[in-house]
Design a binder for this molecule. Structure first.
Ligand code: ZN
Length: 384
């Protein structure tokens, strides 16, 4: 059994330590101290220097009590989105929320709390267990940067779990690939009142391009969005440059490639319709696009060791855990790509990335109980 009061207090403590992305140091130090107190050898890697943050990822290696058992990873991210400074949690019965001016940060401090409490119980209750690599990452919310730069030489495990989703009854085993793109649309500057026919409005070109795009939920596996648009200086100038920033995601890489190509083609098609000739010089609207693969899809089989372990642990508790696909990316996408097979288990966080974020502690208790059972079962199967 986990200690409900203790994990609840730990969550309340962690959410009150500010840790927006790139400023996770205070929470990293606290987590490091807890892990050392519990007997871990703790490393802070150099990911922070690489991404301009004030700390690296915390990697806590707990020795196992079963010499033959393979190490298992448990991971959660320490950073939060904004507005995430000065969180004042409000506890109403089993529900924890904020005063409505900030997010709660249960994403993903509930994951951090679940890991710490589960490891604490394993050790206190002398439950035989494999070595554990607890990875507390930075900068998940700003492009999974901590996971991308995680010093893998410090991580022994090759499979495990990420705790970074809502319902503890769900295990996310599939996630999309994502492209981020920046598209610059160039027109031609001119005086809007004196010589509008001598200009090409990049705003007009962008508007036509966006109007032609298939966006949002493109099909059941694919989404796309233009999330930011910038351009223009003054009302009396025909705008010569507009920048669009957006993303596309799909569980299917071929569909993602097609969607990204479609978005760029809409811009190019719109640009092709615009040209002006001034003093014998012809200018055409044009497009420059820059696409980056933000992360790769994950697809962990129901027959994988980690899924069997979670389902087996749930069954022993009389519960059922469903595997499913997420539309979001998380550190697990990166870990899978980097050779650590892992799925994403829920912790009870709700309405994340909003000031209405809340958490039902009963869900977090259930997640921690299941985690304890997963670690127990992992130890038993390794001991055989
Ligand atoms: Zn998260």
């Amino acid at each position: 059994m986990i200690n409900q009061e203790r994990i609840k207090n730990l969550l309340l403590e962690l959410v009150q330590i500010d840790s927006v992305s790139r400023e996770e140091r205070d929470v990293a130090e606290r987590i490091k101290a807890y892990c050392e107190e519990m007997g871990a050898e703790v490393f802070i890697d150099d990911a922070g220097e690489k991404v301009g943050g004030n700390t690296g990822n915390v990697i806590a290696r707990f020795p196992g009590t079963l010499p033959r058992a393979e190490p298992i990873m448990m991971s959660a991210h320490m950073d939060t989105v904004v507005p995430g400074r000065g969180v004042k949690p409000i506890v109403e019965g089993d529900i924890i929320r904020t005063d409505g001016t900030t997010i709660l940060g249960g994403d993903d401090k509930s994951g951090c709390a679940v890991i710490i409490e589960a490891v604490r119980c394993l050790r206190e209750q002398d439950i035989p267990h494999a070595p554990i690599d607890a990875v507390f990452s930075i900068c998940e919310e700003v492009g999974l940067l901590g996971a991308k730069h995680l010093d893998l030489s410090k991580v022994r495990a090759r499979y495990g779990l990420v705790f970074d989703s809502d319902d503890p009854g769900f295990l996310f085993t599939r996630g999309p690939s994502a492209d981020h793109f920046e598209i610059k649309i160039y027109g031609l500057e001119s005086h809007a009142g004196v010589a509008p026919e001598q200009g090409i409005s990049a705003i007009r070109v962008a508007a036509e391009a966006i109007a032609a795009m298939k966006l949002f939920r493109v099909d059941e596996e694919t989404t796309a969005n233009i999330g930011a648009i910038q351009g223009g200086e003054a009302t009396n100038i025909i705008t010569n440059l507009v920048t669009l920033r957006g993303e596309a995601r799909s569980l299917d890489d071929a569909k993602l490639a097609a969607q990204t190509a479609h978005i760029i083609k809409c811009c190019e098609d719109a640009a092709r319709r615009y040209e002006v000739t001034v003093d014998g010089v012809t200018t055409k609207a044009r497009v420059e696009s820059h696409v980056t693969r933000e992360y790769h899809a994950m697809d962990v089989s129901d027959d994988s060791r980690v899924v069997k372990l979670v389902k087996g642990a749930a069954a022993r508790m009389g519960l059922e855990v469903k595997t499913l696909a997420s539309g979001g990316g998380c550190d697990a996408n990166i870990f899978n790509k980097r050779g650590i097979e892992c799925a994403n288990l829920g912790t009870g966080m709700r309405a994340i990335h909003t000031v209405k974020e809340w958490l039902d502690v009963k869900d977090m208790y259930a997640s921690a109980e299941m985690t304890l059972e997963i670690m127990r079962l992992n130890g038993e199967s390794a001991g055989q």
